[in-house]
Design a protein around this ligand. Structure first.
Ligand code: KET
Length: 410
């Protein structure tokens, strides 16, 4: 008999749960309440609660559109050459000896996620120790990206809930007992979700241990410029590792710092011992990319390349970026003050101490569920809130919700 409507070859397929982060937006979109507030996904909003396209990005796009000589031909497998060159300079520094010595290979990828995935697959193919250590907690997509890339995922201690700070001893102990050669995933700055970063002195100790043990650092840089407001300061962790002449990988995203979320612009750089190795590594990266998506999209990378190359546009970008970082910091202060004013039980100083887009509030999943149910506030169930989604007008509502959750839900 011909197959009928009720009988599908996919009948055994079970419904998968929504993504823990992007699923928050799905739930938010379904909510009809006028007071609803989305503090789930890390996406910058203005004081008016609107998504922001940077002026400098609009300007670059206009220039691109007006240039009739531009065509839509495929980019090379590794992406736009100027974009790759500028991206390496942005993260490693314009005077980086590693770049001058041609021992860095940079390939354009699909934002931060795509860069992590391409790097992960390359390592699964070509690196002997196929184990990657990720911090606890970390961005929820990390374990999935690396497992599907073919690596085995293990964890190292990072955050101490008791102090709401770095578990530095735990981190060092776990890295010290990792097998020689293991890969270590490090958040370059503005650790997601905790907002807790090592100090520069601690980074230096981490670097010494990693080099001593022959571990391979893989940096995820999704928030350069968002932590301190300075692109150079936020790249310090990466730069101390490159300065010692050792090897490492870096995944860069322009989603947040240039507001190019949906354009999917990012880069993977692999810093190698010498130019010869870098050339061979790049030839193999092409073999990873070609069957995955062939070559990356041209539009977003052209915007970034133009902004990074043009001194005036670059300066304008740094001003707009600082504006975003400052607004987030101001939200931290306003939320902290609002909780103080309400006499909300507990110590909330972590709200102003944490760094980057998120506050890791310490609220548990029941308290989060309560805030969503009673106050229409959407956030990830681990108690992370995106400070970039807040504004002066919504701070009181959030503070009321936190106060109620803490006093009424255990
Ligand atoms: N690394 C980290 C640490 C990170 O937080 C994100 C995104 C990414 C990489 C990937 O970003 P991309 O858009 O691929 O460049 N984090 C936010 C969005 C998401 O989950 O996709 C978030 O945590 O809300």
């Amino acid at each position: 008999m011909e197959s009928q409507g009720s009988c599908s070859v996919f009948d055994h397929v079970v419904r998968a749960p929504e993504d823990p982060i992007l699923g928050v937006t799905v739930a938010y979109n379904k909510d009809q309440s006028p007071i609803k507030l989305n503090l789930g996904v890390g996406a910058y909003r203005t004081e008016e609660g609107k998504p922001l396209v940077l002026n400098v990005v609009r300007q670059a796009e206009q220039t691109l559109v007006n240039d009739k000589s531009r065509v839509k031909e495929y980019l090379p497998i590794v992406g736009l050459a100027e974009f790759n060159k500028q991206s390496a300079k942005l993260i490693f520094g314009s005077d980086s000896p590693a770049i001058q010595e041609n021992r860095v290979t940079t390939v354009q990828c699909l934002s931060g996620t795509g860069s992590l995935r391409v790097g992960g697959e390359f390592l699964a193919w070509h690196y002997l120790e196929r184990t990657i250590y990720i911090p606890v907690p970390t961005w929820g997509n990390h374990p999935k990206v690396f497992t599907l890339a073919g690596l085995s995922v293990k964890t190292y201690r990072y955050y101490d809930p008791a102090t709401r700070g770095l578990d530095f001893q735990g981190m060092l102990e776990d890295l010290n007992s990792a097998p020689a050669g293991a890969i270590v995933l490090l958040h370059a700055c503005a650790h997601n979700p905790t907002g807790v970063d090592p100090t520069l002195e601690q980074w230096e100790q981490i670097r010494q241990l990693i080099r001593l043990k022959g571990l391979l650092p893989f940096f995820d840089s999704a928030y350069q410029g968002f932590a301190s407001g300075s692109l150079d300061s936020d790249a310090q962790s990466v730069r101390i590792f490159v300065a010692d002449g050792g090897e490492c990988l870096v995944a860069q995203s322009y989603a947040k710092n240039m507001g190019l979320y949906g354009e999917r612009v990012g880069a993977l750089s692999i810093v190698c011992k010498n130019a010869d190795v870098a050339g061979r590594v790049e030839s193999q990266l092409k073999l990873v990319i070609r069957p995955m998506y062939s070559n990356p999209p041209i539009h977003g990378a052209s915007i970034v390349a133009m902004i990074l190359r043009d001194r005036d546009m670059y300066n304008e970008w740094t001003i707009e970026l600082k504006g975003m970082a400052d607004r987030i910091i101001s939200m931290r202060h306003q939320l902290f003050e609002a909780l103080l004013a309400r006499g909300t039980p507990g110590d909330w100083s972590h709200i102003i101490k944490q760094i980057g887009m998120f506050t890791f509030t310490g609220l548990n999943s029941e308290q989060v569920a309560f805030m969503t149910r009673e106050y229409h506030i959407y956030m990830t169930s681990d108690g992370r809130i995106s400070m970039a989604g807040l504004s002066s007008t919504t701070v009181p509502h959030l503070a009321d919700a936190i106060h109620a959750a803490v006093t009424r839900v255990a």
